[in-house]
Design a protein around this ligand. Structure first.
Ligand code: OSB
Ligand code: MG
Length: 370
């Protein structure tokens, strides 16, 4: 397709409840939406998963805006046609900035699919019409508050619970949540890099709670530490932050540092790289699941299509939109029914944007000619 304009739209959404992780607490989500317009008037949207501050990964919203306007947008078309499958290669000379690149590729993909009347689920070839839904539960200031939040999610029908942990908030919360939800329900933990190589003995104590996995206990760049931890504990070690490309996934799997991988399309540079990592893991019998970044209905719809692929054998962090937002920017927000989310089937990524509401939550808007 021939694209003429890129739109960078920053929106602000309040969270229904604060979300605290080992790297910080959020009470609102600032999100950069990328709109791309083709010469026939088709508009595609990408949602950038970068957060306001570089606490989860090096990228952050203002930085993404800068790299897109200064470096990525000027390289994108070179005056010619672009297809989604070429975007990663076109942008490769610019190092890093996976989340910025992913958002652009996502917008191109949406435009391409919409103009062809095709849905992402169909393009990816997922066979399941619904996917199991897990929920990510933050760190609370008291155990009572945690348990009542978890009970609420159990009542909402979620298929599994993920608890955020950090030193001082791990064994006891996990023990009590396991007691609350019973032995059958899937339970996993996510440390967001909060532990060190000195903590293996401590983390081994989690083995008794029959967890599905422990996600990213050590630093982003500590692959060998994760390999050693995987050998030292029974709970499967899953990588999130450490995997930013297919190559890194290959390396982690080859050395035994990733027994499971959390695939987040934004973190790995786009949905197409996410599919390649899925394919690699399938070939190596490494289970994968789809992570989340507090996406709006745009990213949630696309994540559903990805998570419908056969290698996604564990429930993802694809919760109902209302778990984070009182009102979504799409007309039919993702809902959880009996622990499952229906994969959207409308043309494009599968959502219908609520343009009026988007306008009302927009905090800045910028246009770049292509
Ligand atoms: O580590 O998976 C993570 C949210 C923001 C940044 C990192 C992570 C998370 C979550 C929430 O755990 C996932 C979601 O439900 O969107
Ligand atoms: Mg994580």
């Amino acid at each position: 397709m021939k694209f003429t304009q890129l739109e960078l739209r920053r929106i602000h959404l309040e969270l229904v409840t604060p979300f605290r992780t080992s790297f910080g607490e959020q009470t609102a989500r600032e999100i950069l939406l990328i709109g791309i317009t083709s010469d026939d008037g088709t508009v595609g949207w990408g949602e950038c998963v970068a957060m306001s501050e570089p606490l989860y990964s090096p990228e952050y919203v203002s930085g993404v805006e800068a790299v897109i306007t200064e470096f990525l947008a000027p390289r994108l078309t070179q005056g010619g046609d672009v297809i989604a499958g070429d975007v990663a290669d076109i942008l490769r000379p610019i190092k890093g900035h996976q989340m910025a690149k992913a958002a652009i590729e996502m917008a191109v993909l949406d435009a391409e699919l919409r103009s062809g009347g095709i849905n992402l689920h169909t393009r990816f070839g997922g066979t399941r019409p619904t996917i199991p839904s897990g929920v990510s539960v933050g760190i609370f200031s008291s155990i009572d508050a945690l348990l009542s939040a978890v009970q609420g999610y159990v009542d909402d029908g979620y298929a599994r619970i993920k608890l955020k942990i950090e030193p001082g908030w791990d064994l006891e919360p996990v023990r009590l949540v396991r007691e609350l939800i019973g032995p059958e329900m899937g339970l996993q933990v996510d440390a967001n890099t909060a532990y060190t190589r000195q903590d293996f003995g401590h983390l081994r104590q989690l083995d008794m709670y029959d967890l599905l996995l422990i996600e990213q206990p050590l630093d982003t760049d500590d692959l060998l530490g994760h390999r050693d931890l995987a050998a030292a504990i029974e709970t499967p070690v899953c990588l999130d932050e450490s995997i930013e490309s297919l190559t890194q996934a290959e390396d982690a799997v080859a050395i035994g540092a990733a027994e499971i991988i959390n695939i987040k399309p934004g973190r790995v540079g786009g949905y197409l790289e996410a599919v390649r990592i899925h394919d690699l893991c399938r070939a190596h019998d490494i289970p994968v699941w789809c992570g989340g970044m507090l996406e709006t209905g745009i990213g949630r719809a696309a994540n559903c299509a990805l998570a419908a692929l056969d290698g996604f054998v564990l429930p993802g962090d694809i919760s109902a939109s209302r778990r984070f937002y009182a009102r979504d920017i799409v007309r039919e927000p993702i809902e959880v029914v009996a622990g499952e989310v229906a994969v959207p089937t409308a043309p494009g990524l599968g959502y219908d944007l609520d343009a009026e509401f988007v306008e009302s939550v927009t905090t800045s808007l910028q246009h770049v000619s292509l």
